[in-house]
Every structure is written in C-alpha cells, then in structure tokens.
Design a protein. Structure first.
Length: 318
C-alpha cells in the first residue's frame, strides 16, 4: 500500500512538472508577476486570492480599468489568474457573466483601441546605424550593437530571440546566413525553424557582413552570440537580457535626434514587417521570416503600411 502511495505522489510531482513545462519560462514568470498584483489587491481589500471567485476577479478588473490599464492588460491578467488557479488545482470560471459582462462594459466605456509602439522603419534604421558607426567607442562595442539591431530588424526577430542566439545557431553560406531558431513564443515545443538572411547590396547595412565582423572581433566560437561587456571592452560569458535590446534602440534613437518614447524592443520586428509590406512582399513571405502562426498581426502591419499607398485621397485632385 505504501508503495502505491509513494508512486502516486511521484506521479503527482511529475504531472506538476509537466504542467509547468507546458509554458515557456518567460511565460510562467509573466503569469506569476500578474498574479502577484492580483494577490496584492485581494490582501488590501480582505479577499481570498486562491481560490478566488468570479465576483472578486471582476472587481479587480474594474480596479485596473480605473487605473487606465489597457484592455490587453486586463485580458492578460485574467488569463494569468486562470492559469495560476489551474496550476494549483483550483477551478475559476473566467466565462462567468460577472466577468464577461464587466469586460464588455469596460470596453464600451473606455474603448479598446490600443496605441501600438512605433515600427522602426528603414530610414530610421539607417540613421541609427550611421550614429553607431560614428560613436567614440571601441570597434568591438560598435559591431556588437550594430549587429544586434541589423539582425533584429532583418530577421523580424523578437528581442528575446535575438539574445537567445548561440554560435551553433549560425550557418554562414555563400548566399548569406542561415539562423536556426530553437524555440520561440509561437513554438513552445521547440520544433525550431530556420531564417535566411541574404547579403545586402550595401555592406554598411548588411546584417550578415556586420555579424561576421562581430564574430571575428569577439572571437566567439561557442555559447551566446551577444554578450555583456565587463571592465571596459572585455567580453564576458554572460548573455545579454532582452531588456538590453530595447535600451540600445532607445539610446541610439535619441542620439539620432528621434524621440524614442514610442519605440520599444518590438520596433525591430514590427519595422521589418511594415517595411516588407510597404515594398509589396506577400503575406506568407513575411510570416515565413517572422514566424507568425496567425495572419491577424501580419495583416495589421500590411494595413498600416498601405494607409497612404491605397488612400482614396490620392485619386482626388485638389
């Protein structure tokens, strides 16, 4: 009998590990961070956070709406609260009328239009690279930063994908560079896929040329491709954080005389997709590079790119 109990306990622990592993580490951290905010709200107002009730969750969503939180934030927090309940073995009815009707009411009263961060388009990309190239810094630092931005833009990378690149993921071929993406936001099971970056006509803005030079200067032959510097220009073994990508973009935008307030690490990815759409690249070709599984977001980029190109006012002579 004791053996059976021990086996069941082992199976329960293994099952819990499987549940946790069903989500990427960054995703689990985000769920926990969101739930911590919900816990704080419950503690301050005398509610029980785990297990909770739909009416309490509904009050929390109203609380967020009064703090000018975006609709996307409200929806994400609801998902996070639900997931944490499931992981802890509790049921929460997120489709309960008190939650659904409240969200619909908030949406009607506040509106659901979200102001997205700006895409980094080609003109601004070139300005940034020009500024980086004229920095009074060691060559090795210049080529790290310019390679991060050029690779991020040209491959339509998410910022965490950029910093997750390892030397073994790179394959320089006569046509350019093949990059293996081992895991991404839309590839939770690590099936992986490959992005191909051809050589550009202009070597100054070519991600392949820049990355080759970075590898040569840094002498990296294994491990993380993009790393931190310590003690001046000494390269460490430590991988950069994805936040560093966003900070670099903002830093060089400001140095270029461009207000960085409405840009983020995502601006490289959205910049590629929007620029490709402006150039008439097909939807499926954009998705093949970015790794989008759904057409919804890609079509949003295409719509944005065509706002002026297909504008009815272009046909009106005034």
């Amino acid at each position: 009998m004791n053996n059976i109990i021990t086996d069941i306990k082992a199976l329960q622990e293994e099952t819990l590990l499987n549940l946790k592993s069903s989500k990427a580490n960054n995703t689990v951290r985000a769920y926990k961070s969101d739930f911590n905010d919900f816990e704080l709200f419950c503690a301050q107002n005398g509610f029980k956070s785990l297990p909770s009730e739909p009416k309490v969750v509904s009050l929390y969503l109203t609380h967020l709406s009064t703090k000018e939180a975006k609709m996307s934030t409200l929806k994400r927090r609801l998902v996070s609260i639900s997931v944490i309940h499931k992981l802890k073995g509790h049921y929460l009815d997120t489709k309960h009328p008190s939650i659904i009707e409240n969200i619909m009411g908030i949406k009607r009263r506040k509106g659901s239009v979200q102001k997205s961060k700006k895409p980094l388009l080609i003109k601004s990309l070139k300005q940034i690279i020009n500024v980086i190239d004229h920095q009074d810094k060691e060559e090795i630092k210049i080529f790290r930063d310019r390679s991060i931005i050029l690779i991020g833009f040209s491959g339509g990378f998410r910022r965490n994908e950029i910093v997750s690149l390892d030397y073994d993921d790179l394959d320089f071929v006569p046509e350019g560079l093949k990059i293996t993406i081992k895991r991404s936001k839309t590839d939770q099971f690590g099936e992986g896929f490959t992005k191909a970056l051809p050589y550009f006509d202009s070597s100054q803005y070519c991600p392949v040329v820049s990355l080759k030079k970075w590898i040569e200067l840094s002498k990296i032959n294994s491990g993380p491709v993009f790393r931190r510097f310590i003690k001046g220009s000494k390269l460490s073994e430590n991988r950069l954080t994805d936040q560093t990508v966003a900070l670099l973009i903002k830093e060089y935008l400001n140095l270029s005389g461009i207000d960085s307030k409405n840009y983020s690490g995502h601006s490289l990815r959205s910049g590629f997709a929007t620029s490709a759409a402006e150039s008439g690249v097909e939807e499926r070709s954009i998705m093949a590079m970015t790794g989008h599984k759904s057409t919804e977001m890609v079509r949003k980029y295409i719509k944005e790119a065509n706002l002026f190109k297909n504008n009815a006012l272009n046909k009106i002579k005034i």
